[in-house]
Design a binder for this molecule. Structure first.
Ligand code: FAD
Length: 464
C-alpha cells in the first residue's frame, strides 16, 4: 500500500469534528498508546472520531490515500490489532455515550465505550449487560468477538444480548444490522469481530442485576492445585445459574484481607460470585470449605460496579502481555495433571491462568444463531496469560504460555479457541475456531461487505 497521508491531512482535519493527531503533535504519544505495552506502533495519523460521520470520513480518506486502517475501541487487543505502523488509526474513545431506556430494558451504547462506563450507566437503573471482568475493556472488541464474564451463566455472552448495531462499511455505507434488517451482517458481527466495518452504536438487552452482589475469594497453595481443580470440577456444574465461579491460578495480592504470610504466594483461587440471596452464596462457600479448607478466604457483599473492577489493577495498562486460549470440556485427571505441572513454571507473579465456566445461559443460544467462535455445549474457556511488569520477563512467560497451551492440546477441544483470547492472527487457528461451515459463511459475508479486506487488523476472515 502507498502511504501518502500528509498530502490530505489538512482537508481531513477540516472535514472531521473530532481531533486529528499526527506525529510531532504533543498528544501523539498518548493517543497512539494501547493496553499491551509490548505493542509500540506509530500510525501516520490518528483520527479521534466524535460521531458516525467522522468514522465514515476517516474510512473513505484512508482507502483513497491507500492507508492501512486500524480501529480502536478499548485498545485491549493483545495482538495490537487496534493500532498500526504508518496507517490511519480510527480512535473511537469519544464515542462513549450510553443511553438507557429502563422501561424497555434496553441501552444504546457508543462504539468506543468502556465497560466501566456501560456498567455505571446501566446500574443507575439496577440493570446490566453481560460483559467482561475488567472494567477498562472496550465494549466493542469484547462484544464483536463474544463477551464472557460474571453474568454469562445467567444471561449468555454479550453478543447474545445484542439487538442491533449501527455500522460503517468499507465503502462508506452507514447500515443498521438487526434480525429484521441486514440479518446476514447482524449474524456475522456477532462473533466475527471487526471484519465487517466499524460499529458506532450497539443496542443491548438489559437485565436486572444487583446493585449488591455477593463476593468470595478462597485461596490455596500450589501443592493443593489438583485438589482445588477436582473440587471445582465436582461442584461448579451443580451450582445454580445465579452463582458463578472463576478458577484462577493466581498470586495472592498484597491486599489487607490477605494474611501477611500468604501475600505474594502463588497458588489457586476460587472466586465465587452470587447474584441470588446471601444465604445461597454462603451455602456455596460452606460447601467448598467443607470439601477443602482454604489457606485464607475473604467474603463480602459489594456493588456490581465494584465487582466489575476487582481485577482492574493487576490488569492495568502498561504491562507487557501475551495470551493463548482454549476450550476444555471437562477438567479430567489428565488435564489437571498438565495444569498443576505448568502453573508453577511461570516467572512473573502477574502471569495467570483463568477458567471461565460456560453453561446455562451460554448454552441456551443455538450454536448457529450467531458467528461466535465456540460451540455452545457446557465447557470452560481457559485463558493462559503472560503479564510482565517489565519487558525482560515477557519472553520467558510467553514461552511458558506456548508450552502450557501445547501440552494441554490433547485435553482441549481442538486448536481453535475464543477469538478474543488469541494474541496472534493465526489463519489456521482462526478458521478452526469458527469451524468450516461458519468460516465459509463469514467469508461469503466478508466478500459482500469488505471485498478488499480493508478491515484486516483483527482475527482476519479472508474474503471469498
Ligand atoms: P481493541 O483493541 O480496541 O479492539 C479489538 C479488536 O476489535 C480490533 O481488531 C479492533 O479493530 C476491533 N474493534 C474495536 N472497536 C471496534 C468497533 N467499534 N467496530 C469494529 N471493530 C472494532 N474477554 C472476555 O470475553 N471476557 C473478559 O473478562 C475479558 N477480560 C479481558 C481483560 C483484559 C485485561 C484484556 C486485555 C482482555 C480481556 N478480554 C476479555 C478479551 C477482550 O474481549 C478482547 O481483548 C477485546 O478485543 C477487547 O476489546 P477492545 O475494544 O478493548 O479492544
Amino acid at each position: 500500500m502507498t502511504q501518502t497521508a500528509s498530502s490530505g491531512i489538512d482537508e481531513l482535519r477540516t472535514a472531521i469534528s473530532g481531533r486529528v493527531v499526527e506525529p510531532g503533535d504533543p498528544a501523539y504519544d498518548e493517543v497512539r498508546e494501547v493496553w499491551n505495552a509490548d505493542i509500540d506502533r506509530r500510525p501516520a495519523v490518528v483520527v479521534q472520531c466524535s460521531n458516525t460521520a467522522d468514522v465514515r470520513t476517516a474510512i473513505l480518506f484512508a482507502t483513497q490515500a491507500g492507508l492501512e486502517i486500524a480501529v480502536r475501541g478499548g485498545g485491549h487487543s493483545m495482538s495490537g490489532a487496534s493500532t498500526v505502523d504508518g496507517g490511519l488509526l480510527i480512535d473511537l474513545s469519544a464515542l462513549n455515550q450510553v443511553t438507557v431506556d429502563p422501561g424497555a430494558k434496553r441501552a444504546l451504547v457508543g462504539g468506543g465505550t468502556k465497560l466501566a462506563e456501560l456498567d455505571a450507566a446501566t446500574q443507575a437503573y439496577g440493570l446490566a449487560v453481560p460483559a467482561g471482568m475488567v472494567s477498562h475493556t472496550g465494549v466493542a472488541g469484547l462484544t464483536l468477538g463474544g463477551g464472557m464474564g460474571w453474568l454469562t451463566r445467567q444471561f449468555g455472552l454479550s453478543l447474545d444480548n445484542l439487538l442491533s448495531v449501527r455500522i460503517v462499511t468499507a465503502d462508506g455505507r452507514i447500515l443498521r444490522a438487526a434480525d429484521d434488517e441486514n440479518p446476514d451482517l447482524f449474524w456475522a458481527v456477532r462473533g466475527g469481530g471487526g471484519n465487517f466495518g466499524v460499529v458506532t452504536q450497539f443496542e443491548f438487552q438489559l437485565h436486572e442485576v444487583g446493585p449488591m452482589v455477593q463476593y468470595g475469594l478462597l485461596f490455596w497453595g500450589l501443592d493443593q492445585g489438583p485438589a482445588v481443580l477436582r473440587t471445582a470440577r465436582e461442584l461448579i456444574p451443580t451450582l445454580p445459574r445465579e452463582i458463578n465461579i472463576v478458577i484462577g491460578a493466581i498470586t495472592a495480592p498484597p491486599a489487607p484481607f490477605v494474611p501477611e504470610q500468604h501475600q505474594f504466594q502463588p497458588g489457586y483461587g476460587l472466586i465465587v460470585v452470587g447474584f441470588g440471596s446471601p444465604e445461597q452464596h454462603a451455602e456455596t462457600l460452606a460447601q467448598i470449605r467443607a470439601a477443602l479448607p482454604p489457606l485464607f478466604e475473604f467474603a463480602t457483599p459489594m456493588p456490581y460496579t465494584a465487582l466489575q473492577q476487582t481485577i482492574d489493577e493487576p490488569n492495568a495498562w502498561g504491562h507487557h502481555c501475551y495470551d493463548k486460549g482454549s476450550y476444555i470440556e471437562e477438567l479430567t485427571d489428565e488435564a489437571i495433571q498438565v495444569i498443576a505441572e505448568h502453573v508453577p513454571l511461570k516467572s512473573s507473579p502477574l502471569s495467570t491462568v483463568l477458567f471461565y465456566r460456560l453453561d446455562h445461559g451460554y448454552s441456551e443460544t443455538d450454536e448457529d444463531a450467531t458467528a461466535f467462535s465456540g460451540g455452545r455445549s457446557p465447557r470452560y474457556a481457559i485463558f493462559i496469560i503472560a503479564v510482565a511488569p517489565t519487558p525482560d520477563l515477557l519472553p520467558g512467560d510467553r514461552a511458558w504460555v506456548r508450552s502450557f497451551w501445547e501440552t494441554l492440546q490433547p485435553h482441549s477441544l481442538g486448536i481453535g479457541s475464543y477469538v478474543n483470547a488469541m494474541a496472534e492472527n493465526d489463519y489456521d487457528r482462526v478458521r478452526a475456531s469458527y469451524g468450516e461451515t461458519k468460516y465459509a459463511r463469514l467469508a461469503k459475508i466478508k466478500t459482500e461487505y469488505d471485498p478488499a479486506n480493508v478491515f484486516h487488523r483483527n482475527m482476519n476472515i479472508l474474503p471469498g
